[in-house]
Design a protein around this ligand. Structure first.
Ligand code: ADP
Ligand code: MG
Length: 697
């Protein structure tokens, strides 16, 4: 109760500070305040003297007096300087804002304890915005580890310091008294998972007696966060399973058989057969399918998708296939049409650049049910697209789809259609556990036969003659090549110039071959015709940006040249490389970089030349990127934000939390058991407070 009231009632807060806390830190209740954890701790038992100061010291504590104040500059550039001494030397204290407050508060010739990070200017040390407190008597502050809290610029200006936050936290604990912070997990649960109590964990993280108590506190708080995250995901999946009957696809019929016996251009791999069986079983079960199909680049997911669509059509349902880019959607459309050949099925394409007239016609035919299979981009989930009877929706290569966005497809029929999400394997395990945590999983763990491993070569710019020789050799054998340039938003202009310059250069160097060009800034029709020309072999080389990164499939292409390869991430390089090696010919991937590479870039290139295994590359990628870097991607797909747990770093804890959540769902399927009342309550509270769905839908 106390923890949920308005923070303005907390001693020392009041309306103005309450407003600041809400606006700056999203802290609205004492409970929120307890969850605003320190980001570091500072030793307050050691004092330095000014004479001992050295460059590169982190926070230091000094005891002395201010002997002079002086202001400099005008208006916004005004600053306040104070000369501070402890008898061993002089130090400058500087304030750029909050000057009035400082002048009013601190007095000359009073003994203060100051804390801050010293910087050397010329020969004098200076501390900007030090923390100051009056030294009372000789006693040293009792806290060996003083918590430091994140504050914002605006807070600093009004003197709302980390220290004050710490005092407020203390106030919350005092208010709670002996009863402490109420536990959010049942006792048998904390025992089983060896977690310390919430009260103990919160006390320890805010005011640790020593660093030794921190690991147990962190474990408890992280576990709790991950547990509720997983519980939310698994409850959601469970409820969906219980609630939504799926369309039962009772049979495998005429379309499927006709295709299988007369149109399939190769025999399916064992892995493809197995996943088709799994999917078929799901779709026939009477429950709604929500399945993730994982398979490395080139493993043949498209064929699986198509055959599943045929099963839907056999059962008098429509199907749709959604791709992340127009190029990919167009390619799927072309592939599917040519595979189906003369079969009596109507396929349509719908993307952002479908003309209005065409769109109107297509929308009508979708609604009337004349169209059996609709292929397209995000345009498919728009409300204007109304199906006659959608039974299966497939999402291809969509790494960043959150749980909620997938749900949009459900409303496309009276009952939610079966959903199949397809992705190449390089997704870190933990990310899969959250973004795709509510899905059943099928894996294609085998490549079609006869694939020769792709040879990956690292060249520097100066190796261009060798690159050209290699290209010429492959082109002479009738093969085709991609040459990919990076295109990064911020440097878009110069990147495009690089691409244009490269295009011209390759035209000069290889005048006997036609060269096409495709990038995101071209009009859709231009893009399409450039892709088509390459597809049909009319252009032999395609100079492009990463618009071809995912999914594009031209089996006759055997060379992938990635220019400025050091500017690409590992997952991206792997995807790009996956564009070649799709036919029976030996393929090459050439990574061209500058001479001076950072250690990370060098390692990345080395991994690429050593491995073609998507799983391995995903793991290495995660190691190289380290925690934090993935955060944007991760957070954007989560049902709610995490304060302390880190999806990358806390993979093992996540797995344990997921198992714990699965156990709860299994032993309390209806979500009514009294033993889990506290858990239930806490989850709904978290969801109310931290719902972050807006970011992903
Ligand atoms: P991805 O899983 O990356 O989406 P694709 O579906 O694009 O892979 O398939 C890659 C290539 O492999 C395509 O040219 C496709 O026709 C071919 N392919 C798929 N399955 C088989 C198979 N069983 N035997 C031979 N080639 C196959
Ligand atoms: Mg694909």
């Amino acid at each position: 109760m106390i923890l949920d009231q308005d923070i303005k009632y907390l001693k020392g807060v009041g309306p103005a500070r309450a407003k600041t806390l809400a606006e700056e830190l999203e802290i609205r209740t004492p409970g929120d305040l307890l969850r605003h954890y320190p980001y570091k701790y500072i030793d307050r038992t050691t004092f330095y003297s000014i004479r001992q100061l050295q460059e590169d010291m982190s926070y230091v504590q000094l005891r002395g007096q201010i002997i002079d104040f002086e202001t400099e500059g005008e208006g916004r550039r005004r600053r306040l300087k104070a000369t501070f001494t402890d008898g061993t030397g002089y130090l400058e204290l500087v304030w750029f804002n909050g000057i009035k407050y400082v002048e009013k508060t601190y007095k000359l010739h009073t003994t203060y304890i100051i804390l801050g990070k010293p910087t050397l200017f010329g020969r004098k040390f200076s501390i900007a915005h030090p923390e100051i407190e009056e030294a009372k008597g000789e006693q040293t502050p009792s806290q060996p580890m003083q918590p430091h809290y994140h504050t914002t610029e605006k807070m600093k200006r009004s003197g709302f310091t980390s220290k004050l936050l710490g005092e407020l936290v203390k106030g919350v604990f005092e208010m709670l008294g002996a009863q402490g912070v109420p536990e959010t997990l049942p006792e048998h649960f904390t025992k089983h998972h060896q977690l310390i109590s919430l009260d103990a964990a919160l006390h320890a993280i805010h005011f640790p007696h020593s660093a030794e108590v921190l690991p147990a506190a962190h474990r408890r708080l992280k576990f709790e966060e991950l547990f509720f995250l997983q519980l939310d995901i698994l409850r959601y999946a469970h409820n969906r399973r219980m609630k939504h009957a799926g369309f039962p696809f009772a049979k495998v019929g005429e379309c499927f058989h006709e295709f299988f016996h007369h149109h399939l251009p190769f025999s399916l791999t064992e892995a493809q057969k197995r996943v088709i069986r799994e999917i078929r079983h799901d779709m026939g079960s009477g429950r709604q399918m929500n399945r993730l199909l994982q398979g490395d680049v080139g493993s043949g997911k498209t064929m699986v998708a198509l055959m599943c669509c045929l099963i839907a059509i056999d059962n008098s349902f429509q199907a749709c296939l959604m791709a992340p880019t127009e190029i990919l959607a167009e390619q799927h459309y072309a592939t599917v049409r040519s595979l189906l050949g003369d079969m009596n099925l109507r396929i349509a394409l719908l993307t952002g650049s479908t003309t209005t007239a065409e769109r109107t016609k297509t929308l009508r035919a979708i609604e009337s049910g004349e169209i059996h299979l609709l292929i397209g981009t995000h345009a498919l989930i728009e409300p204007t697209v109304r199906f006659h009877n959608l039974g299966l929706a497939i999402i291809d290569e969509q790494h960043r789809f959150g749980v909620k966005q997938r749900a949009k497809l459900w409303n496309k029929n009276t009952r939610p259609p079966h959903i199949l999400v397809m992705t190449a394997t390089p997704i870190p395990r933990t990310l899969a556990m959250t973004l795709y945590g509510d899905l059943d999983v099928s894996v294609i763990d085998e490549l079609p036969p006869g694939r020769k491993p792709i040879k990956t070569i690292h060249y520097y710019h100066r190796d261009q003659p060798r690159l050209i020789d290699g290209l010429r050799d492959q082109l002479a054998q009738g093969r085709q090549a991609y040459i990919v340039y990076p295109l990064i938003e911020e440097s878009e202009k110069s990147d495009l110039q690089d691409l244009e310059a490269g295009y011209e250069q390759f035209q000069k160097l290889l005048p006997e071959y036609t060269i096409g060009k495709v990038h995101g800034k071209m009009r859709p029709a231009e893009k399409e015709s450039a892709m088509q020309a390459f597809n049909e072999g009319r252009t032999r080389i395609l100079v492009s940006t990463t618009v071809i990164e995912v999914g594009v499939n031209v089996p006759n292409a055997t060379v992938m040249v990635v220019m400025e390869a050091h500017r690409f991430g590992l997952a991206q390089l792997h995807q790009l490389r996956g564009r070649v090696g799709r036919g029976a010919e030996r393929s090459y991937c050439v990574l061209v970089t500058k001479m001076e590479l950072s250690q990370t870039s060098r390692r990345r290139i080395a991994i690429m030349t050593e491995s073609t295994d998507g799983f391995e590359i995903a793991e290495e990628d995660l190691k190289l990127r380290g925690p934090g870097d993935l955060e944007g991607t991760q957070q954007s797909g989560l049902p709610f934000q995490l304060h302390i747990a880190n999806i990358t770093r806390d993979a093992d804890l996540m797995a344990e939390a997921r198992q714990a959540a699965a156990d709860v769902v299994a032993s309390d399927p209806d979500d009514t058991h009294p033993a889990y009342a506290a858990i239930r309550q806490q989850l709904s509270k978290i969801k109310k407070e931290r719902t972050n769905f807006s970011a992903i839908s």
